[in-house]
Design a protein around this ligand. Structure first.
Ligand SMILES: Nc1ncnc2c1ncn2[C@@H]1O[C@H](COP(=O)(O)OP(=O)(O)OP(=O)(O)O)[C@@H](O)[C@H]1O
Length: 474
């Protein structure tokens, strides 16, 4: 492993966040806004431009979809890639049943985070870990392997507890556990999520429990289905949001306090705000730390663009112009509010497009069904809010559109959500495109903040940039 390129702090002392180097003041564009809602008939020039944009996008997306063959293998040989690894799964000393599961899933080699985190997680005595790795680089697989490795299948009670921020993510992680544990059938899994009605006091026999914080807390405290003292491994997936969101933090900390002293704690995320790192290091005793430098947080395989618009109707027209291109593979469109997501979905449906809509107001079973249909490719486009910004792993997603740029609850730029949203594409070595719709000077300023924060150029998507974009695409 090359520690310098990975900028990994595997030593237990490392805690100072790496500062941003080279925070260049990148110019995101000249804000020459064009195209208004009143333009019923598009001027000829603009129509030409739209066609050119459309064909450019088609080209970009086709090249992303088609040229991906062997991309993973190439990246896994590049020491600068987060997928690089010098080890094999055999060298990670996994149980034979798990090795079989890993290979059955089509994994040939571990990724960098898997190579680095697994030896720490599997060491005796157990070590705590706070780990950061780019979106889609195999964190879930890493902690799932750790849980499956630590379980004693002869003991019929919960020994590993994994908490996810949303119902969808808990289900998705559960699926990974089931797939990896396919040849280890003695190990069973229970879901502590809303809707799974359980009676008080009925002891759970499954060795692994995956759930959302509120339900897990109920299972531990109110219903007494889990004995927290018997938990050997405690995983916080998307740990930063679990820590940063008030409700989740209270529940997660309450669960954590009930665990035994020797319980191993594993915190994973693609992002950790500085204050969240500090908090995590306070609550996790003597942790190993795997941390990225700021400039390594975004994946080079995801190219970022922006489109200049005037208003939401204008954004809608821009979206319609590129719609044909984005549906070559699959796309996720993020809106800031449920209202906007509903509006956009209705407008696209009116145009005859078949889209899926997922927002927080839907009941969890409906949400799971929507994700499932999207995963199966029944719909090519999923319109959603931040409820789907994190963790959701749909390999075929090649385009993410920020119809609205992500903002925090005070209306300020939200770097972490931006990174998680665009990370829905570019999964495990796939190439991806992120297209940001910018409709005001304010949103341009926010876009520039993202550029500066991650030190990554966000290119304007229009005919003027054709040469440059083609260069990037190639
Ligand atoms: N070693 C591997 N070889 C090949 N594919 C892998 C490997 N590890 C994971 N994958 C695949 O890569 C994709 C992304 O993995 P995963 O969901 O674990 O990433 P993640 O880092 O948890 O992402 P996020 O930050 O979005 O939560 C999944 O489809 C998974 O099956």
């Amino acid at each position: 492993m090359s520690t310098d390129s990975w900028a990994l702090a595997v030593d237990k002392q490392e805690s100072t966040p790496k500062s941003i180097k080279n925070s260049r003041n990148l110019e995101a564009g000249d804000a020459a806004l064009h195209g208004t809602n009143d333009d019923v008939d598009q001027p000829e020039e603009e129509e030409k431009e739209d066609k050119a944009t459309q064909s450019l996008l088609n080209k970009l997306i086709r090249s992303n979809v088609v040229n991906n063959t062997n991309q993973v293998e190439v990246l896994q040989r590049d020491p600068n890639s987060p997928l690089y690894s010098v080890k094999t799964f055999e060298e990670l000393r996994l149980k034979p049943q798990l090795l079989k599961g890993v290979y059955e899933m089509g994994f040939n080699r571990p990724s960098k985070i898997q190579e680095n985190a697994l030896p720490m997680m599997l060491a005796e005595p157990p070590q705590n870990l706070i780990a950061q790795s780019q979106s889609g680089t195999g964190k879930t697989a890493a902690f799932v392997l750790a849980m499956l490795s630590h379980v004693d299948p002869g003991l019929k009670w919960p020994q590993c507890l994994c908490i996810s921020p949303t119902y969808e993510l808990a289900l998705q992680t559960g699926k990974v556990i089931a797939q990896m544990g396919k040849f280890y059938p003695e190990v069973k899994l229970a879901y502590a999520v809303r809707g799974h009605k359980m009676e008080r006091g009925v002891k759970i026999k499954e060795q692994i429990v995956i759930g959302t914080p509120g339900t897990v807390l109920d299972w531990c405290v109110k219903l007494k289905l889990i004995d927290p003292k018997k938990i050997k491994v405690f995983v916080l997936d998307e740990a930063d949001v679990m820590i940063a969101t008030q409700g989740h933090q209270d529940q997660s900390i309450r669960i954590q306090r009930m665990l035994s002293k020797g319980c191993q704690m594993l915190l994973f995320s693609a992002t950790f705000e500085d204050s969240v790192w500090k908090f995590a290091e306070r609550v996790v005793p003597d942790p190993n730390i795997i941390k990225l430098k700021r400039e390594e947080e975004t994946l080079d395989t995801i190219k970022q663009y922006y489109v200049l618009c005037n208003c939401k109707e204008d954004k809608f027209s821009a979206l319609c112009n590129i719609y044909g291109a984005i549906t070559i593979a699959q796309a996720m469109i993020f809106c800031h509010t449920r209202k906007m997501a509903n509006w956009l979905s209705a407008q696209l449906s009116k145009e005859g497009h078949q889209v899926a809509l997922l927002s927080g107001e839907m009941v969890v079973e409906q949400r799971a069904a929507v994700i499932e249909r999207f995963r199966d490719g029944k719909e090519k486009v999923l319109i959603t809010t931040n409820v789907c910004a994190r963790g959701i792993d749909v390999e075929q997603v090649s385009v993410v559109i920020n119809f609205d740029l992500p903002l925090d609850k005070d209306g300020n730029p939200d770097n972490e959500t931006y990174l998680h949203r665009i990370g829905r594409t570019g999964r495990f070595g796939k190439r991806g495109l992120a297209v940001n719709m910018v409709d005001s000077q304010r949103s341009m300023d926010i876009l520039k903040t993202y550029e500066r924060h991650f030190n990554k150029k966000i290119m304007r998507l229009d005919t003027d940039d054709l040469d440059e974009i083609e260069k990037i695409a190639n």
